[in-house]
Design a protein around this ligand. Sequence first.
Ligand code: TXA
Ligand code: MG
Length: 373
Amino acid sequence: MDKAVHNLRITGSKKVPNVRGANEKTVNNVKTVIWSVDKHVNEKDLAAAAECLRKNEVVAFPTETVYGLGANALSDEAVGKIFEAKGRPSDNPLIVHISDEKQLENLVEYVPETAKRLMEAFWPGPLTLIYPRGRAVSDIVTGGLSTVAVRMPNHPTAIALIRQTGLPLAAPSANRSGRPSPTTAEHVKHDLDGRIAGIVDGGGTGVGLESTVVDCSGGIVTILRPGGVTKAELERVIGSVSVDQGLKNHEDQPKSPGMKYTHYAPKAAVTLVDGGRDFLQSLVNSERKKGKNVGVLTTEESSHSYNADVVVTCGRRSDLSTVARGLYAALRKFDEHDVDVIFAETFPAEGVGEAVMNRLEKSAGGRIIRDSN
Ligand code: TXA
Ligand code: MG
């Protein structure tokens, strides 16, 4: 990726952004700097990025799940820029990233007992916990909720950056709202070049899907978003946990505001296909007969089985963690080709497959065709 000498100011807008009516045109003329680092990242590598963050600019950085778009969580001005850059609805709250549990003091009202056990077992790692919100946290971060989401990422660059800024960093996934989350710095650049101060390029991420979001703020511990830590792993530590009904049942509102939006979507409409290869191929054939360019999303095991305009593979069906890792890059790949429709294979919703299917269902906006035979 190209490196550029930079100008850190967002020149289009000096006023505190009005996140409710964010005008996207005000943030498209920034020089986005790219800082490349490796896993032996040191303070010098991150000095400029940390300086940007301290000046309340937004900077994308790698985590073990996906790239985050970070800003000073204690500044409304800084956090407002996240919503502007992403075009994110203001009722969708952000996750605050910390490098040290001591930072929780200012962010949460108290740490519930179950949260303590989960932190001990899974932090640093792909688990976001929802706590009763502390007074220092602004409404812009929480979307006006009485709770706040916090996680400690398991990535040397993310941890070093948070440490070096000395700030908790609010960070959603670093994609334009509605797009698949970025698993490389190139994905971030594609979506946000010219809209953010900089990108710390630390190579590809690991898990590939976002963190599991778990509500510990009161009553029953509930999974609000499936992710890098599975239900079974959580239950090994704290016993039975429930899953937010709003994730499955479309009549209920999901408790995690972000889960109600269509998400993770390439430009062409995705349809999930619950059936064998022949059934999926028959759907491809009938669309092609209508003159459509058809894409198929599959895994390495079946990549040669389909006859379509574009066949994209994401990992191996025999190891769903590889599918999780490759899913977002695969969804983005379709945008490089001119496809009209995409048919995607489905996966068993168990273990990490639960998060894979959750994201696929979102990217398909719920469209699924089942083989009735
Ligand atoms: O792995 C991840 O979690 C990545 C990396 C960058 O850390 N971040 C991420 O952030 O996925 P984002 O903003 O794309 O998703 C955050 C999710 C949204 O669904 C949001 O609604 C939910 O967490 N959330 C945040 N605060 C919440 C709260 N107080 N109560 C319920 N849900 C909350
Ligand atoms: Mg996101």
